[in-house]
Unconditional design. Structure first.
Length: 478
């Protein structure tokens, strides 16, 4: 059975462009309207962190969302914007200033509750959602969990300070995510501000802004005086229009957890962003390994709301426990179904945690050999930049076959840490370091747990070695 890339993207509520990018990394040049086979589709579904429907009878048909929204059910939805940039360049100030432009908030008298995201209504009546957690850590973490909620990144660069290390990191993360960027050159009220220099220096990172005849929108702003904010919002709306962001509002809701906490009085609270459908008070839901029923919903102004359409952030009361940021929320049709699904997921999570640690690769394989038909080859991947991490993960997934599947327990950017080793050791997985090494604490832990380490600086050498290990144990003679 074949499916078009566009249709698969729609089913997974992911961007078709992201799928095309992943396919490209797997060595397949396809366009959104071309079809791909079942195996490739499954690979993508896993790659994006969704469950495959056929995994188990107990798992749900909810996560991979077999139901496609027909083209004529789709309606425009507001863009979801994340602000990134170097520390002290004004991310928080800009988020506050943008919140201040909300015409609704002006009327309501401006109570604000921090819940990880807020939505503004512009003078023109358009809605824009901002994720209120500045910085790329949150962005990357969400993406690692398969939650691509951001449509547009606003890169803040202080005009008096220019391009700094975290600016470059933010650029890399944004590029890796394939999300369009708008550059906000901030602190333009300052006398030492030099916006032109910022534009020039951006060229070195292959960001060519409009002013330099490129296609990345840029705007001079001041979070302090409010200069340029309207223009920034206009540019966000223009970018959103180009992206043709759409979702079906008339169906059971699917949402993503942005933030969650335990409130002494109210119990577990989760801020979720609705991806498609409309979330309603009374809805029965599963979120991560938790289940519940929407008892009440609050908007970012602390007002009770009964319904939340696509792209609207709301705080949900009535979940049985505290979910994790990046968890998908899905509305189901009965409490029994919700309990079934959540308890099955809980068992899976516990089983994963309590998996005993075989001492070496060999014992891992023999332990695995006794188990199910499809064997997993678990790995932990760390690399120096996000782009490499993604490329490696995609390449490793491509090595999977009917008998043995690569399972990436965790992938990330930076030195190999104690946590990586603990995670790897718990499953007897090797750690693959790409242009990175373990820190001192991690080295001790590696010795102690006898965790296998593999270091590379060339991706095909890495994949060749992993393929060899996999074939060595599950070779053609088997
Ligand atoms: P973040 O670390 O990126 O969130 O930066 P903040 O929003 O905390 O801002 C860092 C500092 O820069 C604070 O002292 C702000 O008052 C100041 N700041 C932010 N935006 C502007 C601006 O547009 N103009 C001026 N003059 N100062 C600003």
């Amino acid at each position: 059975e074949a499916i078009t890339v566009a249709e698969l993207a729609n089913r997974m509520a992911e961007k078709a462009a992201d799928l095309v990018k992943s396919l490209f990394k797997l060595g397949m040049m396809v366009t959104v309207n071309q079809t791909i086979d079942q195996d490739t589709a499954e690979l993508l579904v896993e790659e994006f962190g969704h469950n495959i429907q056929r995994v188990s009878d107990n798992d749900v048909d909810i996560d991979s969302a077999a139901d496609v929204d027909a083209e004529d059910t789709l309606q425009a939805r507001p863009p979801v914007v994340t602000i990134m940039g170097h520390v002290d360049h004004g991310k928080t100030s800009l988020l506050d200033a943008l919140r201040g432009t909300d015409v609704v908030r002006g009327e309501a008298g401006g109570i604000t509750q921090h819940m990880g995201a807020y939505q503004i209504k512009t003078k023109g009546g358009d809605l824009v959602t901002f994720l209120d957690t500045p910085g790329h850590a949150a962005f990357t973490q969400m993406r690692m969990r398969g939650a691509n909620v951001t449509d547009i990144v606003v890169l803040v660069v202080a005009a008096d300070d220019g391009i700094m290390p975290q600016t470059i990191e933010a650029i890399n993360h944004t590029k890796a995510a394939g999300v369009p960027m708008i550059v906000a050159i901030n602190k333009c009220d300052k006398h030492e501000a030099n916006p032109q220099k910022v534009r020039e220096r951006l060229l070195e990172h292959e960001i060519v802004v409009e002013e330099m005849s490129g296609d990345v929108q840029d705007v001079e702003v001041s979070a302090k005086t409010g200069k340029g904010l309207d223009e920034l919002i206009e540019k966000i709306l223009l970018q959103a229009e180009l992206l043709e962001l759409k979702a079906n509002p008339d169906r059971e809701a699917e949402a993503t957890v942005i933030e969650a906490k335990l409130d002494k009085g109210k119990g577990p609270l989760a801020t979720v962003l609705v991806n498609r459908g409309t979330l309603k008070v009374g809805d029965i839901l599963v979120v991560g390994t938790e289940s519940g029923r929407v008892r009440a919903m609050l908007d970012d102004k602390g007002r009770q709301v009964k319904v939340a359409p696509p792209s609207m952030p709301v705080e949900v009361l009535g979940i049985g426990g505290v979910p994790m940021a990046g968890d998908k929320l899905t509305v189901v049709d009965s409490e029994q179904r919700a309990r079934e699904v959540s308890s099955w997921r809980q068992e899976q999570a516990t089983a994963k945690r309590t998996a005993t640690a075989p001492a070496s690769l060999d014992t891992m394989f023999s332990a695995l050999a006794d188990k199910a038909k499809v064997i997993e080859y678990p790995v932990v991947v760390k690399a120096d930049v996000q782009g490499s991490t993604e490329a490696i993960v995609a390449a490793l997934h491509a090595l999977s076959n009917d008998e043995i599947k690569v399972r990436v327990l965790n992938s990330g950017v930076g030195a190999i840490t104690e946590t990586d080793v603990t995670l790897a050791a718990a499953s007897g997985a090797p750690i693959i370091g790409f242009n990175v090494r373990p820190n001192a604490k991690a080295r001790e832990q590696i010795e102690k747990t006898k965790t296998s380490m593999m270091y590379y600086d060339i991706i095909y050498e890495l994949t060749a070695e992993v393929a060899k290990q996999m074939a060595g144990i599950w070779g053609p003679e088997r």
